[in-house]
Design a protein. Structure first.
Length: 386
């Protein structure tokens, strides 16, 4: 196949793809070979990557409507549904959700799994192997949805999930009983990751409470171990509500430590601000300031029709689109960066973005759009090439 006069990183080029490899990449036009399929124009990119979703809860939203719209009700509703899970049900819903991701060009997915269900942990670890053969890379984070210190047995179940083979250690420090126990949770998560040589991926400060200050502890633990690139702090919405001098200090720590922030715009724009009257806070983390400071920020979809967020398509461009609106990232440069995040920073937890260079293996995506801004505006289905 020849992709003729297409846009790659803002420059026009021609690409030839043969038998799963890019065999030619040229700034000058290439001549089609006899019988070769030719795609004209558009934009090419690596496949997309999803840094944050919950496949164990996906597609269950209708069974547990979130009437208050709060994170806490979502957690309570999920805890009831969790009791009735079967391995087959978890696998079916996860497979269907991954199929949705593939349709939208996403071939790497990091899922959190609630360690309150060992059945779900085992199901998603098995699925990780199953989908590898289909060209999908799945990572599983051991996520203790209701915390590890609030009730007996939770810490043990969380450790067991890591022992079973989860790729990363999760935590939810802002949901623990008190500030100190939240900080202790962060430290325990790092210690567990060190013991089993795993990555760290925290649900961190997903609250409008400016007193929720777990991100700075995560940064310090990362700095102490020199774990730049190994740690994700997801949500970080308290940063939205904190005083500017404190936020400036923490953002500097984030950049210095190499912790990646994953913003989940679709969920957080509806979950945050629920205790406000008017004005209501938008509640997303400070993407513009993190970018300006040189931090790495990913965009996650987080929920696909689950007890926290009844909508969701598994199209990551929707997450970028929401972030652009709610975080007011509407300069040309910011919109382009928001879209490119899906195939650049979003790959960080998988070892970095795939390169589009001569000799590289495909697949790649071909989008029938004029540029990144049109991609964002129209959110089309890409063609997966190779
Ligand atoms: Fe999440």
């Amino acid at each position: 196949m020849l992709i003729h006069r297409t846009l790659l990183d803002g420059a026009l080029c021609d690409l030839r793809v043969e038998e799963g490899r890019i065999t030619a990449l040229s700034a000058a036009p290439l001549t089609p070979l006899p019988g070769e399929e030719v795609l004209r124009g558009g934009l090419v990119s690596p496949p997309l990557a999803e840094p944050h979703v919950h496949l164990d809860a996906a597609l269950l939203g209708e069974q547990a409507p979130n009437l208050s719209g709060t994170l806490r009700e979502g957690i309570a509703n999920w805890a009831r549904l969790r009791e009735a899970l079967t391995e087959q049900d978890v696998l079916d819903r996860a497979r269907r959700t991954l199929a949705m991701y593939r349709r939208w060009g996403c071939l790497r997915v990091r899922t959190h799994v609630d360690t309150g269900s060992e059945l779900a942990v085992r199901a998603l670890l098995a699925l990780r192997e199953e989908v590898r053969a289909q060209g999908v890379q799945l990572q599983v984070v051991a996520f203790p949805q209701e915390g590890i210190l609030r009730a007996p047995g939770r810490r043990e179940a969380w450790e067991r999930a890591v022992e079973l083979g989860c790729d990363a250690v999760g935590a939810i420090p802002h949901f623990e009983r008190c500030t100190e126990e939240g900080w202790e949770t962060v430290r325990l998560a790092f210690a567990l990751a060190e013991k089993y040589d795993r990555l760290v991926d925290l649900h961190c400060d997903e609250t409008d409470d400016p007193g929720s200050r777990n991100l700075e502890v995560a940064c310090v633990e990362t700095l102490k171990r020199g774990w730049a690139g190994r740690v994700i702090a997801g949500h970080c919405t308290s940063l939205h509500s904190q005083e500017n001098p404190y936020a400036a200090k923490v953002i500097e720590l984030v950049t210095h430590s190499g912790v990646q922030i994953v913003c989940n715009p679709l969920d957080n724009v509806v979950l945050q601000g629920r205790y406000d009257s008017y004005p209501k806070r938008r509640g997303l983390t400070r993407v513009d300031q993190l970018w300006a400071a040189g931090a790495s920020v990913g965009f996650g979809h987080d929920s696909v029709m689950d007890p926290w967020y009844a909508l969701g398509t598994a199209n990551l461009v929707d997450a970028a689109y929401m972030a652009v609106h709610v975080c007011q990232l509407t300069s040309q440069e910011q919109m382009v960066r928001a879209v490119r995040t899906l195939w650049t920073d979003n790959h960080r937890c998988f070892g970095g973005q795939p390169s589009i260079v001569e000799g590289a293996a495909t697949p790649l995506l071909w989008w029938e759009v004029a540029d990144e801004v049109e991609l964002l505006r129209t959110r089309p289905e890409p063609r997966v090439v190779g």
